[in-house]
Design a protein around this ligand. Structure first.
Ligand SMILES: CC(C)(COP(=O)(O)OP(=O)(O)OC[C@H]1O[C@@H](n2cnc3c(N)ncnc32)[C@H](O)[C@@H]1OP(=O)(O)O)[C@@H](O)C(=O)NCCC(=O)NCCS
Length: 158
């Protein structure tokens, strides 16, 4: 079941991002702060966290927010599925949920960014399978030799 994230999810979601390889155990403080700010109402308007839950346990998470400089353009800042639940269609369902929520309020474009390193080929394959087009590559963005790859989906095109 995909539902709004609650403060009670925070510890499980932080553990999930570590288990999914998005953060190392000593990089979780920033995410704790982002979640605390979100629940404290201390963030820009429009940011949304959603949790996918199975047997009362979070098994997936997505975080998206509008671009402040553009007309109805949104960024997917995070999507992760707990490793023991991956490759069962949950990530695709989570992404569809985000897209449908945005479409329902007339939003226009969703962008996702990932690394061009071979270790992120799974993420690129996932976005391509979910109907995203590779739009741009910013060479050496994350570090020398680590490019940023931007994918896009027009929300009113399908
Ligand atoms: C990316 C991620 C969210 C995908 O979630 P998921 O639930 O495993 O994805 P799904 O089962 O919905 O996969 C849908 C399709 O995407 C593609 N895909 C997903 N994972 C893939 C992988 N590891 N390798 C290649 N293709 C993959 C496949 O085409 C898959 O369809 P199939 O299983 O019928 O072949 C998940 O792998 C994850 O949490 N990874 C770690 C965090 C991460 O990298 N997030 C993105 C950062 S930019």
């Amino acid at each position: 079941m995909i539902r709004p994230t609650t403060p009670d999810d925070s510890a499980a979601l932080i553990a999930l991002t570590v288990a999914a390889g998005m953060l190392s155990a000593n990089e979780t403080e920033a995410l704790s702060k982002v979640l605390a700010d979100y629940f404290g109402g201390n963030i820009d308007e429009g940011h949304v966290w959603v949790t996918d839950e199975e047997e009362a346990e979070p098994c997936g998470v997505a975080y998206y927010a509008p671009d402040m400089m553009a007309d109805r353009t949104w960024h997917l800042y995070m999507i992760a599925v707990r490793p023991d639940y991956q490759r069962r269609g949950r990530g695709a369902a989570l992404l569809r949920h985000v897209e449908n929520a945005l479409r329902a309020s007339g939003q226009r474009l969703l962008l996702v960014e990932t690394s061009g390193l071979p270790s992120y080929e799974h993420a690129q394959a996932f976005y391509a399978k979910c109907g995203y087009e590779k739009e741009a590559r910013i060479r050496d963005f994350y570090a020398t030799g680590d490019d940023k790859v931007v994918f896009r989906k027009a929300l009113n095109a399908d």
